[in-house]
Design a protein around this ligand. Structure first.
Ligand code: HEM
Length: 449
C-alpha cells in the first residue's frame, strides 16, 4: 500500500476510451438512458456514425460545466444486429453472449426479481444499443437529446424501445437517503487521482481491455483487436428501492431517532452524510462526509476494526469492498467502477407508507471481467455471507432477503442480531453491454457485412 497515487502516470490510451468509463460524472446532473432496437444493420451503423461526434473520450478532463456527455454501448444481440461477423461474436465471453436475463439463476434474480417480472423490454432480445446522455442541467440535456433524436429520425431501421430519465441530486443522496458515489478504485495508468491514499491504484486491465490486470495477464479480448482494445463491459441494472419499508424496518428496531440513524449507518457502513463508520463510529460527522479528501481514506483492519465493532463485516460497503479485511482471496480482482443514478420521485421526508411510486437506482458497473467482478460480487458477496462466516446472511441493504434475512452487528459484550429483514431492493431488469473504444465504434459503423 505504499505506491503513491500521485505517481499514477498516464499509460492508458485515454483518447480511445469512452469518458464514461474513467471520468467521474458532473454533480449534480440530469441524465437519460435510451435503448434502441436495430432492425436493419445499415441503419444501426449509420446511427452510430451520427452519434460518434457526441461521444467524448476519457482524455478530456472532468469539467462540471461541460455541455453534456454521451456514452454508447452494445449488447451481444446488438453486435449481431449491426452485422458483426460470427468469428468476432464467438470471441466474446460466454456470460456476455448469454445476456443478463439468462444468468438469472446465478445472479439470484428469482421470485419477484425474476426476468419474467422485469419491466419490458429489459432483458428481452430487442435491446441492442444503449445511449446514455448526462448534462449538468435539464436544458443542456434536452439539447443533446434533440441531437440524438436527429441521429435516428430518418432511420426507420432503428427504433427507440425504452427511455429512463434519472438524476443526481446536489446532495448526491440516493433514494434511501445516503450520499453515494464516494468510493471508486484509482485506476493505474489513467492519471486520475484516487480517493483512498491507503490503497494503491488498481491495474488498468481490470477496467479496460488490452492492458495487464491484477493477475499479471492481458485478458482475452473480443476480436479483432480493432473492436476489443480499449473497450470494457457494462452491467446495467434498474433497481427499485422500497424506501418506506427500509424506514419502517429501521424504526421498528430502534428505541429512538439517534438509534435509528446508527442502525441505518450500520447496515450501509457509512452515515447518511457519507462519513464512514470506521472513521466516525459513534455519531455522524457531516464535515467528514462532505470532504472528498477524507471520506474514503480508510482501511478496515489497519484502522483498528478487524472485528467490525465500528463497521459491521456484513454491512453493505464492507461486503462490497472489504479493503484489507478479506481473510482469503484478492479483493483487487473484484473491484468495479460504479455509476449509480437515482430515478423516480423521492419519498417525502418522514413518510413511512409506500406511495406506490417507482423509485430507485439505475445502476451501472464497469469492468473488464463480467464473471469475476460483477457476477462474483453479486452471487458471493451480496447474495450470501459464506465468505465472512455468516452463510445465513445476505447484504442487509440490497440482498435478496425474504423476511427471513438476518444481520449481525458486532458489539461488546454481546453482538446484536437483527432478524426478519424484508427485501428493500427489487430488480426491475438489466442487461450486459460492451462499451467499445472510440476507434471500435468507428470500426462498427464502417462494417460492410
Ligand atoms: C439500490 C441498491 C443500492 C443502493 C441504494 C446502494 C447504496 C450504496 C451506498 C450508499 C454506498 C456508499 C457510498 C460509496 O461508498 O460510494 C455504496 C457503495 C458501494 N456499493 Fe452499493 N448500493 C446498491 C446496490 C449495490 C449493488 C447491487 C452492488 C454490487 C453488486 C453495489 C456495490 C457497491 C460498491 C462496490 C460500493 C463501494 C464500496 C467501497 O468501495 O467502499 N451496490 N452503495
Amino acid at each position: 500500500m505504499t505506491e503513491s497515487i500521485a505517481s499514477n502516470e498516464i499509460t492508458l490510451e485515454l483518447h480511445d476510451i469512452q469518458a464514461g468509463v474513467l471520468r467521474g460524472r458532473p454533480s449534480p446532473y440530469a441524465g437519460t438512458y435510451i435503448l434502441f432496437r436495430v432492425d436493419d444493420p445499415k441503419a444501426g451503423r449509420e446511427m452510430l456514425r451520427r452519434v460518434l461526434p457526441e461521444i467524448s473520450s476519457a482524455a478530456e478532463p472532468t469539467n462540471p460545466a461541460a455541455e453534456a456527455w454521451v456514452s454508447a454501448a452494445v449488447t451481444f444481440r446488438g453486435l449481431k444486429a449491426l452485422g458483426v461477423p460470427q468469428a468476432s461474436l464467438d470471441s466474446f465471453p460466454e456470460e456476455f453472449q448469454q445476456g443478463m436475463a439468462a444468468r438469472a439463476a446465478e445472479l439470484g434474480d428469482v421470485g419477484e426479481n425474476a426476468p419474467e417480472k422485469w419491466e419490458q423490454p429489459l432483458g428481452s432480445p430487442d435491446v441492442h444499443i444503449a445511449l446514455v446522455a448526462l448534462a449538468p442541467d435539464a436544458a443542456r440535456l434536452n439539447a443533446v437529446l434533440e441531437r440524438a433524436r436527429t441521429a435516428h429520425r430518418d432511420l426507420p431501421g432503428v427504433a427507440v424501445i425504452w427511455r429512463q430519465d434519472c438524476f443526481a441530486l446536489p446532495t448526491e443522496r440516493e433514494p434511501f437517503g445516503f450520499k453515494d458515489g464516494i468510493s471508486h478504485p484509482a485506476v493505474e495508468g489513467s492519471g486520475i487521482p484516487g480517493t483512498n491514499h491507503k490503497e494503491r491504484p488498481i491495474k488498468g486491465g481490470e477496467f479496460v481491455l488490452g492492458y495487464r490486470d491484477e493477475l499479471g495477464q492481458i485478458a482475452a479480448m473480443p476480436q479483432p483487436e480493432a473492436l476489443g482494445k480499449n473497450g470494457t463491459y457494462v452491467v446495467f441494472r434498474k433497481l427499485h428501492q422500497r424506501v418506506a419499508a427500509f424506514r419502517s424496518y429501521i424504526r421498528a428496531n430502534s428505541a429512538n431517532l439517534d438509534a435509528e440513524e446508527l442502525l441505518a449507518a450500520k447496515m450501509v457502513g457509512r452515515w447518511r452524510s457519507g462519513a464512514p463508520l470506521v472513521l466516525a463510529p459513534d455519531k455522524d460527522d457531516p464535515e467528514l462526509g462532505a470532504n472528498p479528501a477524507r471520506n474514503n481514506n480508510f482501511l478496515f483492519d489497519a484502522d483498528g476494526d478487524e472485528k467490525g465493532l465500528k463497521c459491521p463485516i456484513g454491512s453493505h460497503v464492507r461486503r462490497m469492498n472489504p479493503r484489507d479485511g478479506l481473510d482469503f482471496g484478492n479483493v483487487n480482482i473484484r473491484r468495479m467502477i460504479r455509476r449509480g443514478t437515482a430515478y423516480g420521485p423521492l419519498l417525502p421526508e418522514g413518510a413511512l407508507e409506500d406511495d406506490g411510486a417507482d423509485r430507485g437506482l439505475c445502476f451501472v458497473f464497469i469492468g473488464a471481467h463480467l464473471k469475476r467482478q460483477y457476477e462474483f460480487v453479486q452471487t458471493e458477496w451480496v447474495n450470501n455471507g459464506i465468505f465472512f462466516g455468516a452463510p445465513a446472511e445476505t447484504d442487509p441493504l440490497v440482498g435478496p432477503n425474504d423476511k427471513g434475512g438476518q444481520f449481525t452487528i458486532p458489539q461488546e459484550p454481546i453482538r446484536r442480531r437483527l432478524q426478519g429483514l424484508p427485501p428493500f431492493v427489487i430488480t426491475r431488469g438489466g442487461e450486459y453491454f460492451f462499451m467499445p473504444g472510440l476507434r471500435a465504434l468507428h470500426w462498427l459503423a464502417d462494417l460492410t457485412t
